[in-house]
Ligand binder design. Sequence first.
Ligand code: BG6
Length: 462
Amino acid sequence: MIKYPCMWGAAISAGQCEGGSHKGNKGYSIGDTQPNERERCFKRYPLPDEHTYYAMQKGVEFYEYYEEDIQLLKELGVQCFRMSIAWSRIFPHGDDEEPNEEGLAFYDRIFDLLVQGGIEPIVTLSHLEIPYALFEKYDGWENKHWIDAYTRYAKICFSRYSDRVHLWITFNEINMALYLPLSVGVGVDRSEHKEECCWQAVHNMLVANAKAIQLAKAINARNEVGAMIAYSPVYPMTCQPEDVLKADEIRSNALTIADVLVHGAYSDIALNRFEKAGIDLKMSEEEQILLSKQRVDFLATSYYNSIVASSDDAAAKASGNLFGGVKNPYLTESEWGWTIDPLGIRICLKELYDRYNLPLMIVENGLGAIDEVIDGQIHDEYRIAYLREHINEVLKAIDEGINLKAYTMWSFLDLVSASSGEMKKRYGLVYVDLDDEGKGTLKRIPKDSFKWYQKFLKKQRI
Ligand code: BG6
């Protein structure tokens, strides 16, 4: 019987947690400039003004609380911790002459604490945290200049931390560039051919990923590098062939990206699709060789919800991570309208493993919900149910022979929601006393789900 070991852990990201946007010489990131309004991911904003509250500038002050937070992480008993480095803390303008030593030293302290605590760091280099100055100066990721800027940043991180960090994720959800481009530094608002601009940005990220893999291996042969997509199984609404075709079309964006990461080239179907859509990617022969040679060691994905595809444009729409499809009459939804589908996580793993036969990581999976503090406690049985049911399916997938290298639930701490900037959409095992206006004591309170996951993690270590 084939059964691979899986590391169990939790995740956060720098942009949504750290705060301290004015501390330690950090530069502004795009997130720091997005006010907490609905359209925040779909607009380009000017530099922050003094009168508006920007949730990501404060995060949940992980920058100040990291010692206390890592102590809680140890108490939780995780084997691994997925986190990210803020690019704008290392290079405040994205491509400064010299890296910012204060920023580098901050992550030194974090990695030291993790390693001393027996926790394996899984580090994402770019997770929704893009230097604002770079975005203003050189358009966005559609500009090849970004490949060099990112590569310099990646090289500094590998050189400095490879003695303690061996598992790297180059990019969070690369397909986000197609759905929320302005949030990840794609200058789609200034482009005449928006689809081409987004795919050019994706292509440049894929080249940057390949360059980073090359560097990471050269710096330390122990380094393993993966990249991440957001993946959801897409179910056809009916067995009508049109619905099945629609499901295939929706799935294809994520898979086009993963194909390049894993197989080192775009599929013929993807290339034809680009041509028909008038997308003329700037892609040199040298880049194609690089992509074919430098492939990921593992593929990471987030999983929040499944999607239903319908060829009927009038079908009722659902929400979800990146995009939602239409409503699934067989499943319930979160308070934010995201479908809850535990079996979907197993289907997601099976589909990806069948197609790529490469180690996988689930680096985000969790429930955004409103929590209530009652007598100083948070009884989040809904989050426990979500996690229990999803993890049960993950265990079944592992039993089926899928090589899942790591599972890190989202999120360890309550943090600022990426799509809405809200604090009240809470994912954490640990409650943070902070509201949507930035008011609160920042006190950390482990929720009931913390205790539940702690018990589960203990059993995994036996
Ligand atoms: C993923 C992102 O897309 O979804 C996370 O990688 C994000 O950063 C998560 O927090 C949940 O989305 P939201 O918008 O509810 O925070």
